[in-house]
Design a binder for this molecule. Structure first.
Ligand code: ADP
Ligand code: ASP
Ligand code: MG
Length: 473
């Protein structure tokens, strides 16, 4: 069947021109004899705006919340009109958009009366972004001759009830996704569904966490045993670091699942951290591609990447972290003490990124600032606790870092002017990370990039692109 799951991010569906490019890319795959299943995000920035509307309504600012919704309604209607000129189809699409925004306004009015924003209501509100964008994209595809059919992701992506970060129920999904999608594909149709949104077994709307459309793409690809999962975004692929921070960043042509997972987990926004799991399960290659530059071959994520002569493949940064120091000289080495500390984090469902212990203290880093006061209160029953925000974790990823003599010295020499708080060399052998002040992060990344990507291995990195960059001086 040559099934390919194609996920398009917010910038790939941000306006009529972007949706037009996306349609051309999908039509190209169909012409190649592929059977695409398309997963789309909300139009760029819509999720943020919906969250702002929810926040305003919950603070009693009903007018402000409805004004945001009204602007969004206008943007979606304008996009629909530009993309679907035929009267009947356009009328049906506009009716659909209006119905969705009417429903959203009702929720916002209710929220402005109740003044309490629960994770469940938040998920319901943000879900409108993907619910509406996927309808517009499906209609636009049909207008361009693609035999597209809209599918409500919430019927097939079933999760638990952890709103805002729901966990997919693989067994149910593995049954529902093929049951729903394969008959459509075998009739020559192209299913188009929203990413990020799902529902629990009771049918309530949930979401997979910010950036979760990548995860939906991978879940669907896994459930269908697709031949590839394509993540279409606004950069040429996985780059050696965030190109917004370091314009010198190079495209990584090929990377292993393991390396990509580390990168995503440690902050490279280009991929949602859970995306790799369903692909690994079925050994399905993941491709990261640029919808603005479809001719570029992107990044191929595969189980075993070829050997790389450069020590590192990428530098990722996770910002907005906090560091917690737990100091208890008497108890540190006593049996069960660390377990007690971790139980506190577990109780608050707070993931710990990095841990280091000394004779008298344990330092941990977490990315959940809002829960910190409660966590600190619980920890203070065990020991003295201090915490500090505005930290960043820099993570250098590359195969066999441990095998390279003197690599740590080279890393810290490159950023000798920066104060490093915590260091960890991951048990996975492919990651070396350290914690610094958030304000130093961008500069540190640029220094590290300059030090380690001077002579990149042309088998792994797109060095040609660097040669083509015009020099402006
Ligand atoms: P989408 O809306 O398509 O899901 P995202 O904004 O979530 O796109 O992710 C793409 C962005 O990720 C890029 O524009 C880039 O700024 C950022 N990014 C961070 N680290 C990297 C990296 N190592 N390689 C490529 N992009 C990165
Ligand atoms: N729209 C969601 C977000 O902005 C999901 C996604 O784009 O992947 O987080
Ligand atoms: Mg994303």
């Amino acid at each position: 069947m040559n099934l390919v799951v194609m996920k398009f991010g917010g910038t790939s569906v941000e306006d009529p021109a972007a949706i037009g490019r996306t349609a051309a890319i999908v039509a190209g795959r169909v012409a190649m004899g592929k059977s695409p299943v398309v997963v789309v995000s909300a139009m760029a920035k819509v999720t943020d705006q919906l969250l702002r509307a929810a926040e305003s309504a919950s603070q009693g600012d009903r007018t402000g919340a409805l004004a945001i919704s009204s602007r969004l309604r206008g943007r979606h209607r304008d996009t629909a009109v530009a993309l679907v000129p035929q009267t009947e189809e356009q009328k049906a699409l506009l009716k659909h958009i209006d119905e969705k925004f009417d429903a959203l306004d009702e929720v916002l009015r209710g929220l402005a009366a109740i003044l309490e924003l629960t994770p469940r209501i938040s998920d319901l509100i943000v879900s409108f972004g993907e619910r509406i964008s996927s309808q517009i994209v499906a209609a636009a595809f049909r207008d361009k001759g693609i035999n597209a059919v809209h599918v409500d992701a919430r019927e097939i992506i079933i999760t638990d009830s952890q709103f805002q970060k729901a966990i997919p129920q693989d067994e149910i999904i593995d049954k529902k996704v093929p049951e729903k999608l394969l008959p459509l594909v075998s009739e020559g149709k192209v299913p188009v569904m929203g990413g990020f949104i799902a529902s629990n077994e009771a049918g309530l709307t949930t979401t997979l966490g910010r950036g979760g459309s990548d995860f939906t793409g991978a879940i669907v690809g896994g459930a269908l045993s697709a031949e590839a999962i394509e993540i279409w975004t606004d950069v040429d692929g996985i780059m050696t670091t965030d190109p917004r921070v370091c314009p010198d960043a190079l495209r990584v042509k090929v990377i292993s699942f393991e390396e990509a997972a580390e990168l995503a987990y440690f902050g490279a926004k280009v991929l949602h951290p859970a995306t790799i799991l369903p692909a690994v399960r079925k050994n399905i290659p993941v491709l990261v591609l640029n919808s603005r530059n479809a001719a570029c071959e992107g990044t191929r994520i595969i189980s075993l990447a070829p050997h790389c002569n450069s020590p590192f493949k990428c530098i990722a940064v996770k910002k907005k972290l906090s560091i917690i120091d737990v100091v208890a000289s008497r108890m540190l080495m006593t049996h069960g003490y660390l377990r007690q500390i971790f139980e506190v984090f577990d109780k608050h469902k707070c993931a710990v990124d990095m841990v280091s212990t000394s004779e008298v203290s344990v330092s941990l880093t977490v990315d959940s600032n809002s829960k910190l006061p409660e966590i600190a209160a619980d920890l203070s029953k065990l020991a003295d606790v201090k915490y500090e925000g505005k930290k960043a974790l820099v993570c250098m990823v590359g195969e066999d870092i441990r095998g390279q003599n003197g690599i740590a010295a080279q890393v810290f020499n490159a950023i000798r002017h920066v104060n490093v708080r915590m260091i960890s060399q991951g048990a996975s052998e492919i990651n070396m990370s350290f914690m610094i002040e958030e304000d130093d992060a961008d500069e540190a990344v640029r220094s590290l990039h300059a030090a380690f990507f001077q002579n990149p291995d042309p088998a792994i990195f797109d060095v040609e692109a660097r040669k083509q960059v015009p020099v402006n001086n």
